[in-house]
Design a protein around this ligand. Structure first.
Ligand code: ATP
Ligand code: MG
Length: 266
């Protein structure tokens, strides 16, 4: 499942540091002085009850929301306040909670979209008239094929992405993010709505992204079984505050976490 050629292009030594981030929306504090560090090449889960601030956190990391105060850094690079496309260009890619694939495009073309920022000649726009553009497109299509193999969809490259089962469409979305050659991948509920079989397969791909490509993953996921199996570290949010953090087993037995999930004082 893992073509060796894919490993070298990736891997990072940069930690993603979230430092004292606060986000306020007219009167409501969605994140309140939250700090955590995503270690290079690790899966870091962000969990918590509904409304805890998980998606807000993602939106700050990807530049969709601007933090009221605090910092986000990737290695030495300050990401705070940068627009989403710049953050993506610096190596932080995301998938969305809801599917965002062009319905009629083939799997190959959907993946190719992820390579747009890496293209020099803009082959999608120039209509491939120049030999150099054709060469570049060939190179990108080869990379798309490698990534399709990596996510187990190389047989489906010429099918319309919209005709695939839901679980495979979500994998295409993950593949498209991988096509950006990210250092950090933000996955917002990547297995929500999947069958048990699709969940297993996607969880295996996520583990493989970390293990074979060395990409750091920030994972928001409600399925605690998957979080506990996949994550190297967990940050727990409740009402916008970080109430616990650490290894999955530690966090699972933390009284504050148990209380937040049961919603009742002990
Ligand atoms: N753009 C916004 N404007 C105003 N309030 C917002 C906005 N985005 C989020 N909020 C509020 O911030 C709080 C945190 O929301 P957020 O979506 O981050 O929670 P979550 O942990 O992702 O929840 P869920 O598990 O339900 O997805 C909520 O009270 C929410 O209503
Ligand atoms: Mg959310």
């Amino acid at each position: 499942m893992t073509p060796t050629a894919t490993a070298a292009a990736h891997s990072t030594t940069a930690a993603l540091a979230v430092e004292d981030v606060t986000v306020r929306f007219s009167g409501l504090t969605a994140l309140d002085g939250v700090s955590f560090t995503v270690e290079p090449g690790s899966v870091h889960a962000v969990i918590g009850p509904n409304g805890a601030g998980k998606s807000t956190c993602f939106n700050v990391l990807s530049g969709v929301y601007r933090a009221t105060s605090g910092h986000v850094r990737l290695g030495d690079t300050e990401l705070t306040g940068l627009p989403p496309h710049t953050i993506a260009g610096l190596g932080v890619a995301r998938t969305f909670q809801n599917l965002a694939l062009p319905p009629h495009a083939t799997v190959a073309d959907s993946l190719l979209l992820g390579r747009h920022r890496l293209t020099r000649s803009g082959f999608l726009a120039t209509g491939l008239r120049l030999p150099s553009a054709a060469r570049e497109e060939r190179r990108h299509r080869e990379r798309v094929r490698e990534i399709a193999e990596f996510i187990g969809l190389d047989e489906e490259l010429e099918r319309p992405a919209g005709s695939l089962p839901y679980g495979q469409q979500k994998l295409v979305e993950l593949g498209r993010a991988l096509c950006m050659e990210p250092k950090v991948l933000l996955l917002d509920e990547p297995i929500a709505g999947m069958t048990a079989d699709e969940r297993r397969r996607t969880a295996a791909v996520v583990a493989d992204v970390r293990d074979s490509l060395g990409i750091s993953i920030v994972l928001v996921e409600h399925d605690m079984g998957v979080v506990m199996r996949l994550a190297d570290a967990v940050t727990v949010l409740d009402f916008g505050r970080r109430i616990a953090g650490g290894a999955p087993a530690e966090v699972q037995n933390d009284p504050a976490v148990v209380q937040a999930y049961l919603g009742a004082p002990q």
